[in-house]
Design a protein around this ligand. Structure first.
Ligand code: GDG
Length: 445
């Protein structure tokens, strides 16, 4: 299982689905039936096979090279050309052929994320009766940014073929509706948009985690003993934790600059504070990600060189994925989590940190540019671009009174244990069911 927010959210969803997804690698024509059979029998998964060039241009090229930076307000990094766009169209077409083949009359189809924005329209052409919902896991940007996209109309029309379109926050939904008005000239309402002869419902569904998974894991002997080991290694130090895919949206350089400023401004922390930064390798085939890796490594080296000593490194940098025992133990022993995303659809790490703070009631320091910031009011909010403010916030978080920490933690915990992945998933599916029946009524009128 790969690391990432989409995987975490969907694995916390306790419901029966047939999963359809790209297999992640090229499989020879003659091996495909065996692979298909194996995945179906063991995981209820239906694989989609893409040839390597199409997969690469669809995934690394258009999805992660164009849509990802643009939707995270970085239009400067846009690397658009017709070839990668054509592969995006082709991959969406191949997916829709696979789904059209297995679709039964009462089925609902839930499409996930920016890789699949044309899929609803193509499936609808093949199966006009299909009931389709779409959820975007990343921000939908202001229409002022979105309209930069050369194929902006096609992308909007693609998802408008759904009965329900979901976002993490009201802001993202509002931006989408505005784009429909400005770019396609459609009439909108606060909860949807009129498209052809139908009303496409637009809703807000903030994603959550599966808290029980962490509560149970913390009590296992394996995690308990790792917690004790880690507590011993960092005895006498405050621990800050950062868990991110190594992605430029996560603001890791901004985080490191704030740590450097903290040591300059509050030298008393030297020798008494460590940042454990897990940076999970991600999209290493995309050039921007290789540049980021270099930048982060240089910053880590500089800070450790300046503020470390023979027996002390202020930053423990891991360019690797850690297993779930290690992850849970790291969350548990830290005094604060530091999330500095410059944009982030939601950010599940924030929620995972909260549920793992069974002992210390540590502080969540959270970028105001995450979707999570809109619901986690017990966090210490920061603007990651304001290095001075982040440094001060870290200092304040680590010197905060126990009562204040306890109060903030309780507020956060109440939210996260209520708004779980199941709550999110079932909420979306129920709404899709209702929306698809309402859409039928409108058509028959
Ligand atoms: C996208 C959106 C939105 C990370 N490192 C390790 C590891 N992880 C797990 C975390 C968490 C997940 O990956 C990361 O989730 P995020 O939500 O923080 O971020 P993205 O991957 O960017 O996810 C995001 C999300 O979709 C859901 O809609 O929240 O905004 O960008 O679950 O625990 N897991 C393990 N080892 C690691 O080293 N085991």
């Amino acid at each position: 299982m790969s690391s990432g927010g989409l995987v975490a959210a969907l694995s916390g969803l306790k419901s029966n689905f047939i999963w359809v997804g790209w297999i992640g690698t090229e499989i020879d024509e003659e091996d495909r039936p065996v692979v298909k059979d194996l995945l179906w029998k063991n995981y209820s998964c239906i694989p989609v096979f893409l040839e390597e060039r199409v997969a690469n241009e669809h995934y690394n090229g258009f999805s992660n090279g164009v849509l990802w930076p643009l939707f995270h307000y970085l239009p400067g990094d846009l690397d658009y050309d017709d070839q990668i766009w054509n592969s995006y169209v082709e991959a969406n077409e191949i997916f829709s052929t696979v789904v059209a083949d297995i679709l039964k009359p009462d089925d609902m189809v839930w499409v996930h994320d920016y890789h699949m924005m044309l899929f609803p329209e193509i499936l609808k052409q093949k199966k006009p009766e299909a009931r389709i919902g779409f959820f975007l896991h990343i921000p939908f940007p202001s229409s002022e940014i979105f309209r930069v996209l050369p194929c902006r109309k096609e992308i909007l029309m693609g998802i408008l073929n759904c009965c329900l379109i979901g976002f993490h926050t009201y802001d993202y939904a509002r931006h989408f509706l505005k784009a429909c008005t400005r770019i396609v000239g459609l009439e909108t309402a606060p909860n949807g948009v009129y498209f052809r002869d139908r009303f496409v419902q637009v809703g807000v569904f903030p994603v959550g985690i599966d808290p029980d998974k962490f509560f149970e894991s913390i009590k296992t002997p394996k995690v308990e003993s790792r917690i004790q080991e880690l507590k011993k290694s960092f005895e006498g130090s405050k621990v800050l934790i950062g868990i991110d895919r190594l992605d430029y949206i996560k603001g890791i350089p901004q985080k490191l600059q704030a740590i450097e400023r903290l040591f300059q401004k509050y030298p008393e922390w030297k020798g008494k504070l460590v940042l454990i930064q897990v940076a999970v390798p991600s999209r290493q085939d995309v050039e921007e990600y290789q540049k980021l890796k270099k930048e982060v490594e240089e910053l880590v080296g500089r800070i450790n060189g300046l503020y470390g000593s023979l027996g002390y490194s202020p930053i423990h940098y891991l360019f690797q994925s850690v297993d779930s025992t290690e992850l849970t133990a790291l969350y548990n022993i830290s005094d604060a989590a530091l999330i500095t995303s410059i944009r982030d659809g939601m950010n599940l790490v924030a929620q995972e940190y909260i549920v793992c703070q069974t002992d210390k009631k540590g502080v969540l320091i959270l970028s105001e540019f995450t979707g999570a910031a809109q619901s986690l009011s017990g966090a210490v909010m920061i603007n990651p671009w304001n290095t001075e403010e982040v440094a001060d916030s870290i200092n304040n978080a680590l010197t905060m009174s126990e009562e204040e920490r306890e109060e903030k933690h309780q507020m956060l915990l109440n939210y996260v244990t209520k708004h779980t992945a199941s709550h999110w998933g079932l909420g979306f599916v129920k709404e899709l069911y209702k929306a698809s029946h309402n859409a039928d009524k409108m058509v028959s009128i």
